[in-house]
Design a protein around this ligand. Structure first.
Ligand SMILES: Nc1ncnc2c1ncn2[C@@H]1O[C@H](COP(=O)(O)OP(=O)(O)O)[C@@H](O)[C@H]1O
Ligand SMILES: [Mg+2]
Length: 229
């Protein structure tokens, strides 16, 4: 990948949810977005605007109902499940709004990070960061041996970030990663994301309501009613 090539590109992306009764909700429409290596993008907008939907599409967790999402040169919508898993393991780190979903609940914090490191081999520059160092950097050194399900919401949020960064992915996607954190801990999380960007060229896409977070990133995109404003 050349330095100028997008890490992720959305072309006229739309998403319509259909529930069991056939009711349709248009969550996204006509979204064009491009994120370059090392670029830090904030996604802001009111609740229900489509921010989380866009993030799950970028993560390959949901396929768009129209348009294309291209990550590391591959159209996610056209990939098999196996192909999607490969892109997710090599090109993406994801912190979801409910961080428990990223974690193995019965495994220790340390085992969660070690497992992520083995299963994700990022294509970003630089080697893997040591598990203990990563846990220390998110302030979880003291609970390294505690099961993920016994951590608080804020601790799980930080563990999810350590897991997402473990494989050194070229793209980190985070959905309100500081929402359950106090100001000081939120600052640690923000610094860690910016450090990955500065030292490894990790591109960031961060959904946030926190003005302090969006102010420190490079670009801010606002989503209103499923459209980029
Ligand atoms: N799984 C789902 N099924 C049906 N509708 C959904 C689902 N997830 C989100 N929506 C709807 O899609 C719209 C966008 O939601 P979301 O992407 O979660 O917004 P945001 O993250 O900006 O708050 C909302 O109207 C929401 O109710
Ligand atoms: Mg959301």
């Amino acid at each position: 990948m050349s330095a100028s090539e997008a890490v992720v590109r959305c072309e006229q992306v739309g998403h319509v949810y259909r529930d069991d009764s056939g009711t349709e909700v248009t969550a996204l429409a006509g979204v064009d977005l491009e994120v370059r290596p090392g670029e830090a993008v904030a996604l802001v907008g009111p609740s229900g605007a489509g921010k989380s939907t866009l993030l799950t599409l970028l993560a390959g967790l949901v396929r768009p109902t129209s348009g294309r999402v291209v990550v590391a040169g591959q159209d996610l919508g056209a990939l098999s499940e196996r192909g999607l898993l490969r892109v997710r393991a090599t090109s993406l780190g994801v912190v979801l709004q409910t961080p428990g979903r990223n974690l193995l609940p019965y495994a220790t914090a340390q085992a969660n990070v070690a497992f992520a490191q083995r299963s994700q081999r990022g294509t970003g520059p630089g080697g893997a960061t040591e598990v203990g160092t990563l846990l220390e950097s998110v302030g979880l050194g003291a609970v390294a041996h505690r099961a993920a399900r016994h951590l608080s919401g804020g601790q799980q949020q930080r563990l999810a970030l350590a897991v997402a960064l473990a494989g050194n992915p070229p793209l980190l996607l985070a959905d309100e990663p500081t929402s359950q954190l106090d100001r000081a801990t939120g600052e640690i999380v923000l610094e860690l994301m910016l450090q990955a960007r500065d030292e490894r060229g990790t591109a960031l896409v961060v959904v946030t309501h926190d003005h302090e977070v969006s102010r420190r990133l490079d670009v801010e995109h606002t989503i209103l009613d499923g459209r980029l404003a």
